[in-house]
Design a binder for this molecule. Structure first.
Ligand code: ACO
Length: 320
């Protein structure tokens, strides 16, 4: 590989205007604010309007990220969208985003790794940049999970929300940027978290199904293992990392991982209370929140991590 590194040049996010609180949720299914907060840490989530699609959320986040990076649409030569809730079965949401942004050069495609999708997209774009095949990559996590929830199933519908987050990765020499990514998957767990529809098997979109306690059991160990492996490969002790930006599935998973690795909980960025689980969008949404409130600063070491359906999981270490 070259001495090129992918610098996180800009970041942007978008949340739909409609906020749905736990009280709103209790009017739809038999649940309570207390139950949801105690088991998950979630207080509210954003829900996309009927005429607001995953690509619309992605475009809003992308515009902010491009402006934050000080780039123009001419500079963007790669778009990778991580989503499990595409506008359509095909074409890729990334090409729809590309067109809505007015970009007609370069390449655009989706990656599908559910809640780990942003890490998979980040690793993919990073490798394009390191190989010299892209200069400014737009990496987006965007989801409208509200469309695939079974709104009669209280064990799942209370957990998720809609949103989008984007980063611009720019090629530069050694220094700041992505240090290393670490991706894993193991398809033997696909029945624990899946959507029961799809074009080939059912010709329908389907609804999310999950064995929550099983997912919980695997999440802490697998995520912590991946973070430790990545830190070891990078030769950077976990204790030297400034901030941890986890996929925002559940406050108890965040705290379980922190405890396993002796990470002070103050170093863990948590937005699950405000956003719920936004799947591939959750890492950039949390990262941006901490940049906006001044916790994550330029030069800080940041470790991102996730686990999602498949299972897929992994981590990414960056000097912001
Ligand atoms: N409101 C009220 N009661 C509920 C609700 C609800 N929304 N949902 C379930 N219950 C009830 C159940 O029916 C059950 O009642 P019972 O004892 O009478 O049968 C009771 O609460 C306990 O149910 P459990 O499923 O055992 O609850 P648990 O403590 O495991 O919490 C939860 C459920 C929050 C889903 C938990 O398992 C979890 O967080 N799992 C991780 C999965 C996750 O976050 N997945 C997100 C996608 S994957 C990812 O992003 C990593």
């Amino acid at each position: 590989m070259t001495g090129i590194r992918s610098h996180i040049a800009g970041i942007g996010t978008y949340l739909p205007a409609r906020v749905m609180t736990n009280a709103d949720m209790s009017e739809i299914v038999e649940t309570s604010d207390t139950w949801i907060r105690e088991r998950t840490g979630i207080a509210q989530r954003h829900i996309a309007a009927d005429d607001e699609y995953t690509s619309d959320l992605a475009v809003e986040a992308a515009r902010v990220a491009i402006a934050h990076a000080g780039k123009s649409i001419e500079d963007i030569d790669l778009i990778v969208v991580a989503t499990a809730t595409p506008d359509l079965t095909f074409p890729a949401t990334a090409t729809i985003v590309q067109n809505k942004l007015g970009i007609h050069h370069g390449a655009a495609f989706d990656v599908h790794a559910v809640c780990s999708g942003f890490l998979y997209a980040l690793a993919t774009a990073d490798n394009f940049i390191k190989a010299g095949q892209a200069t400014n990559a737009l990496v987006i996590g965007a989801e409208t999970f509200s469309r695939i929830l079974d709104w009669t199933d209280r064990t799942t519908c209370v957990l998720f929300g809609d949103g989008a987050g984007a980063m611009v990765l720019s090629a530069q020499g050694e220094g700041e940027g992505l240090i290393r990514t670490h991706l894993r998957s193991d398809g033997q767990f696909c029945d624990l978290l899946y959507v029961d529809g799809g074009p080939s098997r059912t010709k329908t979109v389907g609804h999310l199904r999950m064995q929550g306690n099983q997912v919980f059991r695997h999440a802490v160990g697998k995520i912590a293992g991946s973070m430790q492996e990545l830190a070891d490969m990078a030769g950077i002790p976990i204790s030297e990392i400034d901030w941890f930006v986890p996929h925002q599935a559940n406050q108890r998973i965040l705290e379980g991982v922190a405890k396993r690795l002796s990470i002070p909980v103050e170093k863990v960025i948590s937005t699950v209370g405000r956003h719920g689980n936004t799947s591939a969008a959750s890492i950039p949404l949390a990262f941006d929140a901490a940049v906006q409130d001044g916790r994550i600063k330029r030069g800080d070491l940041v470790l991102m991590e996730a686990l999602g359906g498949g299972f897929t999981w992994g981590a990414a270490l960056a000097r912001y």
